[in-house]
Ligand binder design. Structure first.
Ligand code: PHE
Length: 353
């Protein structure tokens, strides 16, 4: 080999290298070009490794020929790398572009369920008279749902509550507690009396269950709020005054109210508490079955047997209790015609509150 053919091979390598650099479309392919030309096992090294074949006096000139080409290739690589990186960034910016001038999407805000709203309003009204909210379980024992409330097993009064019983787990003692879905919030009375000394003023709002034929005014899953007051000298007059105050705040100051005799095994005497019909204001309409009155709750003086079952001395203390259907109160407040709407989870209904 002579210097001229070395020079020719060097030029050919230069042309190939610059072409490959220009063709590289990604930083990765560019890195491959870099290694294959300038790397330890690259073409330039291979070419330089052959200079032993040159005449001795030509060898010192090899560096002067090869170095400018190496520098040119290095510069081309650097320029191409910079270009590829810049356009990758540009492509990314383009893809991830955000138009900050677009109008925002409004956050969707939930609202309280109408039943919960009514529970809060009931708690607010009775709260003014010192009643506090306590919770009571939805799965109850037969003892607390019935027996302690003066409703013995096999007593016909049980027919007032169509009960859904819970199957006891395998291995549960035959004479152990029997469980059921509470049919009313009244077992909360017993729990409250056993948990605290009088004076007691509590509300227990919550979900109840009955084996009902479902229609527009009956659900098998519904809500009640129980109220209980136990103290010395508690009387029916206190009950009446309290319920009047409640009815007037909930349904309007002029709303007439009345007590009618009622029956519950756990209160004596027992009453139904009526308000003047909220639809016709008392003149008589289909909503009040033309009576002008609507019953909104049951109530009465706590039966001495029930006080005793709650660990309270009926000679010293008296109490009253009331229980209202939260669904019904809510239906009257908002003129809702079908109780099934509450648990249907239809947003078109729920969004209106
Ligand atoms: N627990 C009764 C019911 O569900 C309502 C009630 C409660 C009546 C408290 C009197 C006293 O029908």
């Amino acid at each position: 080999m002579d210097l001229a053919s070395f020079q020719a091979q060097l030029d050919a390598l230069r042309v190939r290298a610059l072409q490959a650099i220009a063709d590289a479309s990604s930083p990765d392919t560019l890195a491959e070009v870099d290694t294959s030309i300038l790397g330890r096992k690259g073409e330039l090294r291979a070419l330089l490794g052959g200079i032993g074949a040159l005449p001795a006096e030509d060898r010192p000139r090899v560096g002067a020929l090869a170095n400018p080409i190496r520098e040119e290739v290095e510069a081309a690589l650097a320029a191409r790398r910079e270009h590829l990186e810049a356009s990758a960034l540009e492509a990314r910016l383009l893809a991830e572009r955000v138009d900050v001038t677009l109008p925002g999407r409004a956050a969707w805000r939930g609202s309280l369920h109408p039943i919960r709203e009514t529970e809060r309003e009931i708690a607010r009204i009775f709260g003014q008279f010192g009643f506090v909210v306590v919770e009571s379980p939805e799965v109850e024992t037969d003892e607390l749902n019935f027996q302690a409330l003066n409703i013995p097993a096999d007593h016909p009064a049980r027919d007032l509550w169509d009960t859904i019983y819970v199957q006891e787990p395998d291995g549960a003692p035959v004479d152990g507690p029997k469980h059921l879905f509470r049919t009313h919030t009244s077992p909360g009375q017993i729990r409250a009396m056993r948990a605290a000394e009088p004076p007691i003023r509590i509300l227990t709002p919550g979900r109840c269950f009955r084996y009902e034929a479902v229609d527009a005014s009956h659900a098998f899953e519904f809500f009640q709020v129980e109220g209980l007051m136990v103290d010395e000298g508690t009387s029916m007059a206190h009950l009446r005054g309290l319920l009047d105050a409640f009815a007037h705040e909930m349904f309007g100051a002029g709303r007439p109210t009345r007590f009618r005799p009622g029956y519950y095994p756990f209160t004596e005497p027992s009453v139904a508490f009526d308000i003047g019909c909220v639809v016709c204001d008392g003149s008589g309409c289909p909503a009040c079955k033309r009576t002008g009155w609507m019953t909104i709750l049951g109530a009465g003086m706590v039966h001495p047997v029930v006080l005793r079952n709650g660990g309270i001395d009926p000679e010293r203390y008296q109490g009253f209790a009331f229980g209202m259907g939260t669904d019904r109160i809510t239906m009257l407040r908002y003129a809702i015609r079908d109780i099934r709407a509450f648990l249907a989870n239809d947003l078109r209904f729920l969004e209106r509150f």
